[in-house]
Design a protein around this ligand. Sequence first.
Ligand SMILES: *[C@@H]1O[C@H](CO)[C@@H](O)[C@H](O)[C@H]1NC(C)=O
Ligand SMILES: *[C@@H]1O[C@H](CO)[C@@H](O)[C@H](O)[C@H]1NC(C)=O
Length: 242
Amino acid sequence: MQLLLTLGALSASASALAFHPFKLSPTTPTPTLNAVKRDSWGGAVSLGPTKSTIVKAVTTIIPGAAPSTQNGELFLWPGMSNGTGDLVQTTLESWPDNSWCGASKGQWCIRCSLFGSFGQLDGSASAVSGDMKVEIVYELLADNDTWRQTATDVDTKKQLSTFEHKSGPYMTGYGTGTECDDGCTGTIAAQTYENTVITLAGADKSFGNTISSSQGAMYEGLSVSSDGKTWTIAKINVPSMT
Ligand SMILES: *[C@@H]1O[C@H](CO)[C@@H](O)[C@H](O)[C@H]1NC(C)=O
Ligand SMILES: *[C@@H]1O[C@H](CO)[C@@H](O)[C@H](O)[C@H]1NC(C)=O
């Protein structure tokens, strides 16, 4: 058993992370009349930029129960970007009314989303229970341009959402986010991200040095393959916000 590592408390602002390519938040599925309040952030672990580029990133999130009532918007995601281009971000979402994806109380909605100069584009959405293991795959296809996102229920193999877009072969950063907007009701359970594997186009044996965590998030089992291309984080634990 390896020691849990934490890089200590960074500022509450996610912008204090060493590399924070994630700036946009999902837009409301229906217009909202809420005044925009400042976003706040729960725990996060992120890596980047790599000296190479990312060609694939896989993780399995167990989200824990969503709040049974929601005051604002709460988002859980692994995100991938290069800081100036598109943001690839399959997101678990908690809205005051989550019936748009068929979720019942305490469930999340999930959809594969893409943020860029065009705004937000989304795949179809599904409901996710707190104990579901959801595999989220981002992969650069053979055209060296298109990124495919796929979210799958690991136990049933059911596809929950998918989306493809030509976002280019220059992705350099990957990280988790716990994003609280418009005075959200925060997470009521911890999140676990298991077996996160980031594959690079070329060797970058110092990519691991770019890892940072915030707001009590912890990771264990950071390792790299002998060719320097495949980085694994065995487990990430993001504590509950309440
Ligand atoms: C993908 O594009 C990058 C940037 O142009 C290039 O360095 C790389 O060799 C390409 N990879 C493949 C498999 O074509
Ligand atoms: C990010 O990716 C886009 C799309 O491939 C590219 O145009 C841009 O130059 C990249 N930015 C960086 C900083 O690599």
